[in-house]
Structure formats: structure tokens, C-alpha cells
Write a protein that binds this ligand. Structure first.
Ligand code: PMP
Length: 394
């Protein structure tokens, strides 16, 4: 049987059941927010005694804190294989990162209708392409739209937050570049599960969230090519974003400082970097672990009569550990509530901030999503499969 590959917080959490007893909490909601890795928590504890201001303080504690913040930037830059002309801005989360980039894009943006709202709504001049059932046909449609609109940017998710399907990033980046556009990858669901390399995958911009890579809430990343970031107005006007200010004139700093106005989330950035380091040290073991569990989950659910597993593209087989399903004739909310109150299993139900996609898949009234990660085990998957089967026979 497959056991957790890393220590995460909350692995011995007890959940209350409807009958007044408690049971081990089984976390199948990693795609929303992953439990913190122990190494991320330890990093915060290490930094608390020297917790101080960054960049402008002369004192010892300030220097330690500034170093920790800039070390975090270097670690994460390396973790995602950034090229020399790319720089990393710490943000609050993926949503924040994509909104920041939206203020820097010098032209139209092409995007698919399968995206999370955070990769749909920020784009100001966007052209939404309807995905086809095949990724090949979808890419052909993207190509037409890139040419028709003279797009500056193609915005695409690395992995779907609904079906886990992994998009062919290298093909899409080559296509965008061949049409004179750049590409941004929404890495919220991909970075926690697969190694991403901006240089090797031809990615111009990448956004992701700390709370999905096993660090606490409140820190995110936008990393990408410096020229657009340097040319755009500061994301937040204020202290830290400037070189010089006179009453009648402001000289803005270049990126990343330009877009990091205000005191930054140093502990969040440091924890995010520590989590990335631990993920890196796990190497292929992490993806292998998740691949085994994801297969067990996907095929286990597919095998249950009355359960439909959601899928966007028939020609994509590679996926992260995110599986959405519906139980025919039952409301997703009822299934999710049953799993929680009768079995202590935490899933998510609804439309997953991807309303156009759920509509397209014919499940505009919602689905159930089970998502797993480094702390998951085959015993967890067995518990979920058996609970869904019991729901149908109760
Ligand atoms: N994009 C995708 C694919 C996501 O799954 C999420 C989180 N559900 C987001 C963007 C937004 O992330 P955050 O809430 O951390 O900004």
C-alpha cells in the first residue's frame, strides 16, 4: 500500500461525525489548499525571533529578515528554472499574480473557456476560445485566435483545477511564440505536483500560490520576463515601490520592487521557499506517489455504477491528483455532506470557480471534487471509494 511521502500538518486530525463520535480526518481537498509541510512550519518558527522590517532597517534583525526574504526569492527562482531575463515578484496568491500581470500586458489576451475564474476575469482585452473535446483541435482554434487578434499573450492553465488534466505547455508556448505572443501559465494546480521549468518549457510568465504548495496562506508568486514588468505602472503605489519621490515627481523602482509596494509577507515567502525546497528534495518520488493514488482514485470511481468522472479532453491522459465526479440523480452538496458527516472525508463540491467549464461539461449545477497530495495514502483512497459506494447502497 502507498503511504504518505512527506510529513504534513494535520495528518492526525480528528473529525466529528453525525453520530457524535469522531474519526480520523481524511483530507481530499489539497487542490483548494494543501496542508503545510513540516519544513514550511519549521522555517517560520526559525524566523520568528528575528522577525523585523525588510530592506530599510539597519539593525541586525532587519538584516536577517531581509536576507531571508531575498534568499526565498532566489530559491523559488531556481525551483522554477527561470531564465536570466526573468524576475520574481512575491504576491498574495495566484489571483493577485494574474491581476498584476493583467496590468502589464501591452495587447489582447487569448484564453480558453476551461480556466479558473482567476485566469479569466483579470484579463482586460480578452478573447475566450471554446475548447474542443480534443486538445489537438483546441490548439488549432487557439492558433486561429492568436492570429486573428494579434494577441500579446496566451493565458493557459498548467493543470485543470476541475479534472487535473495537464495541458501540453511546450506545444502551447511554441505556438504562442510562433505567432509573436507570449504565454503565461496558471501554475496553481501544476506547480504543487510536477516540476516546472520556465526555461525548458518556454514559459514567459508563471503564477502560483503558496497555500497550494504546502505553505501557509498569503504568499504567491509571479515570475517572468522583466521588460513588461518594468514598463508597467506599479501594481500598488506606495513605500518600497520607488527610487525617489519629490512632491511633484515619482521615480518608480524596476521590478520586482516596483510591484511589491508596502511591507511584504516575509514569513509567507520564506515558508513558500522552504516548501519548494522540500518538494525538490523528494524528486520523482512525489509525482510517482501521486500517480499511483490518482489512478486508484480515478479508476475506482469510474468503476462504481452511477458515478461519472469529469473529463475535458479525450486525448490527454496525464493528470495531477484532482478528480471531479457526479453521482447520477444526487446533488453534489448532498454527497459531499454525507462524506464529511458520516465518514470524516473532506472533499469540495460546487463549480470550483470554473463556471463556464462546468456548464460546458453539462454539470452547471455542480460536482464533487476529490484532490490529493503528498500526505495522502492508498488507505485514504480506499476510504473514499468505499464511502461513495456506501452512499449509493444506503
Ligand atoms: N488558478 C487555479 C487553476 C486554481 O486552482 C486556483 C485556486 N483554486 C487559482 C487559480 C486561484 O488561486 P488563489 O485562490 O490562491 O489565488
Amino acid at each position: 500500500s502507498t503511504k504518505a511521502v512527506a510529513e504534513v500538518e494535520g495528518s492526525d486530525l480528528q473529525a466529528p461525525l453525525a453520530d457524535g463520535s469522531t474519526t480520523r480526518y481524511v483530507n481530499f481537498d489539497y487542490a483548494a489548499s494543501a496542508p503545510a509541510l513540516r519544513s514550511a512550519v519549521t522555517r517560520i518558527q526559525e524566523l520568528l525571533p528575528t522577525y523585523s522590517s525588510v530592506h530599510r532597517g539597519a539593525g541586525y534583525a532587519s538584516q536577517v529578515t531581509t536576507q531571508a526574504y531575498e534568499d526565498a526569492r532566489a530559491v523559488v527562482t531556481e525551483f522554477v528554472g527561470a531564465a536570466d531575463d526573468q524576475c520574481l515578484v512575491f504576491t498574495r496568491n495566484t489571483t493577485d499574480s494574474l491581476n498584476l500581470l493583467a496590468g502589464c500586458v501591452p495587447g489582447p489576451v487569448v484564453v480558453l473557456d476551461i480556466e479558473h475564474h482567476s485566469n479569466l476575469l483579470p484579463w482586460k482585452r480578452s478573447h475566450v476560445v471554446q475548447a474542443a473535446d480534443s486538445i489537438g483541435e483546441t490548439i488549432a482554434r487557439v492558433d486561429i485566435e492568436l492570429q486573428r487578434t494579434g494577441a500579446a499573450l496566451l493565458a493557459v492553465t498548467g493543470a485543470s483545477n476541475v479534472t487535473g488534466e495537464i495541458l501540453p505547455i511546450r506545444r502551447l508556448s511554441d505556438l504562442a511564440h510562433s505567432r509573436g505572443a507570449r504565454i503565461v501559465v496558471d501554475g496553481a494546480q501544476l506547480v504543487p505536483h510536477r516540476r516546472v521549468s520556465l526555461a525548458a518549457d518556454g514559459i514567459d510568465y508563471l503564477a502560483f500560490s503558496g497555500h497550494k504548495v504546502y505553505a501557509p496562506f498569503g504568499a504567491g508568486v509571479l515570475i517572468g520576463r522583466r521588460d513588461w514588468l518594468d514598463a508597467a505602472p506599479a501594481y500598488l503605489a506606495g513605500g518600497g515601490a520607488v527610487r525617489n519621490v519629490a512632491v511633484d515627481r515619482t521615480e518608480w523602482a524596476p521590478a520586482p520592487a516596483r510591484h511589491e509596494g508596502g511591507s511584504p509577507n516575509v514569513l509567507g515567502a520564506a515558508a513558500l521557499a522552504a516548501a519548494c525546497q522540500e518538494i525538490e528534495s523528494l524528486g520523482d518520488a512525489a509525482a510517482q506517489h501521486e500517480a499511483v493514488l490518482t489512478e486508484q482514485l480515478r479508476w475506482g470511481l469510474t468503476d462504481i455504477d452511477g458515478v461519472e468522472v469529469l473529463k475535458i479532453f479525450h486525448d490527454i491522459s496525464d493528470a495531477v491528483g484532482v478528480v471531479s465526479f457526479v453521482v447520477e440523480g444526487h446533488r453534489a452538496a448532498d454527497v459531499a455532506r454525507y462524506l464529511s458527516t458520516e465518514h470524516g472525508i473532506g472533499v469540495r463540491d460546487g463549480r470550483f470557480c470554473a463556471h463556464p467549464l462546468l456548464d460546458r461539461l453539462g454539470h452547471g449545477d455542480g460536482a464533487v471534487r476529490a484532490s490529493l497530495g503528498l500526505g495522502s495514502s492508498s488507505a485514504d483512497v480506499e476510504a473514499l471509494l468505499s464511502a461513495v459506494a456506501q452512499y449509493l447502497t444506503r
